[in-house]
Ligand binder design. Structure first.
Ligand code: PGA
Length: 253
């Protein structure tokens, strides 16, 4: 049985004061959700204070990005060891916004994932096709290649630490969600790729769905066999909304 993982990706939103107020509102609302992993990925600027506030709570802090190098002349970048210092449990890599706006490719993403694993941080590796790719029926080719490239070099013994986020680009921030069946088809395909690459370990890898997840659709998405969690942008910015997602129907409390 895979433990569900519900993660908030705040992107470039919230000040420290807003992040702390959010945590204080959210914590009592998710107190009963003991059988899920709850993750918040704030901007880097909020990580130190939010992480301190969440210490000892069931909510785990995450980063939205990392540089694979240990240190050096990389202006604007943050190294894995710096995230360890902030008690980051997870880090998002390969988000479609980083792929499309900052030109990040699978090689770079796999180096990030490997560096995180070496530091005991679980990578959340994002994959997903654009609308044009889906309409041209290239979804499996695109997602398969992203998985192969982004997970290159990962030892099968470590791969259960990795979380995959399937985020169809056409569903991110658009209000347009994949139907539960469309998402399940993609997740089942992803799991078959993981089986090809990593054998039985594929059964323990959690695959999140992301792309306009909200309180209204989380239950039907989470009822699908291969959907093990959600990576949530817009609907994670308000505590009551994210709490409803964490407390999805079917979760054991
Ligand atoms: P969204 O973003 O929930 O606002 O669509 C999801 C994501 O980009 O991770």
């Amino acid at each position: 049985m895979r433990r569900p993982i519900l993660a908030a990706n705040w992107k470039m939103q919230k000040t420290n004061a807003e992040a702390l107020a959010f945590a204080d509102t959210l914590l009592p609302l998710v107190a009963e959700a003991s059988d899920v992993d709850i993750v918040i990925a704030p901007p880097f600027t909020c990580l130190a204070k939010l992480s301190a506030r969440l210490q000892g709570s069931p909510i785990q802090p995450a980063a939205q990005n990392v540089n694979p190098e240990a240190s050096g002349a990389f202006t604007g970048e943050v190294a894995p060891g710096m995230l360890v210092e902030l008690a980051c449990a997870y880090t998002i890599v390969g988000h479609s916004e980083r792929r499309s706006l900052y030109g990040e490719g699978d090689d770079f993403i796999s180096r990030k994932a490997l560096a995180l694993l070496a530091h005991g941080i679980r990578p959340i590796v994002c994959v997903g096709e654009t609308l044009e790719e889906r309409e041209a029926e290239h979804t499996e080719a695109v997602v398969g290649a992203q998985l192969e490239g982004s997970l290159a070099g990962i030892d099968p013994a470590d791969v259960s630490q990795v979380v995959i986020a399937y985020e169809p680009v056409w569903a991110i921030g658009t209000g347009r969600t994949a139907t539960p069946e469309t998402a399940q088809d993609a997740h089942a395909f992803i799991r078959s790729c993981l089986r090809d690459g990593f054998g039985n370990a594929a059964e323990s890898i959690r695959i999140q769905y992301g792309g306009s997840v909200k309180p209204e659709n989380v239950d039907s998405l989470m009822s699908q066999a291969d959907i093990d969690g959600a990576l949530v942008g817009g609907a994670s910015l308000e505590a009551a909304s994210f709490a409803r997602i964490v407390n999805f129907e079917g979760v054991e409390g």
